[in-house]
Design a protein around this ligand. Sequence first.
Ligand code: ATP
Ligand code: MG
Length: 226
Amino acid sequence: MIRFEKVTKIYLPESAVLQDVSFEVKKGEFVSIVGKSGAGKSTLIKMILGLEEPTYGDVFFNGENIHKVSHNELQNIRRKIGAVYQDYKLLPAKTVYENVAYIMEIEGRVNEDIALQVPRVLAAIGLKEKMDNFPEELSGGEQQRLAIARALAGQPEVIIADEPTGNLDPYNSHEVLALLEKINRSGKTVILATHDREIVNKLARRVITIEDGRVVRDEEKGRFII
Ligand SMILES: Nc1ncnc2c1ncn2[C@@H]1O[C@H](COP(=O)(O)OP(=O)(O)OP(=O)(O)O)[C@@H](O)[C@H]1O
Ligand SMILES: [Mg+2]
């Protein structure tokens, strides 16, 4: 589904952030990308979203080269990916309901569709009761869950989460992780970039470890070793 082929990313003047990175993520997998701060995890994720270009090599999504397709095609690919970030990126002046609905509106979904899908997504992540609250009235864990709800709203094939537990305490980290596992069990592919050793070891799923810009380990049922 997602394939990196000998991807090298060099930020000028001369720092190679990723070097010769190759791996493939199959549909339905749950993959953690781990590495120290600055290892290149976010850069790698931005390349899947088409937000950064590889200096050398290619990135494919369902067989299509993300960095060679037309603008329209890239938009289509992005619609199949739900992105979740550490800093939530919520809209402070909109309620929980509106935060999710807004994403669907900009994706051009019809109102009936939105009215049906938003409560469904909020129920799935356990925030239905907070539907009319504003983000600042939510706990950190709830805000992160809302960010996941927004990513889910467009019914993507893949959820890509960059450090989603970065601002959370262990309890809320665990809750967010359980939610990602639930999403994965529902058939969606999940890619998680993190430096949270605890949660990766608990997952016991595939782990790709990046060190000095290279993939140094790629293991099924991996552990966090750096
Ligand atoms: N736009 C940019 N221009 C120049 N250098 C950059 C740019 N973006 C990232 N870098 C550098 O690339 C390296 C990798 O950054 P990246 O954000 O991918 O790391 P990371 O693994 O996500 O780290 P963290 O765990 O802290 O989030 C860092 O050394 C960073 O300074
Ligand atoms: Mg990062």
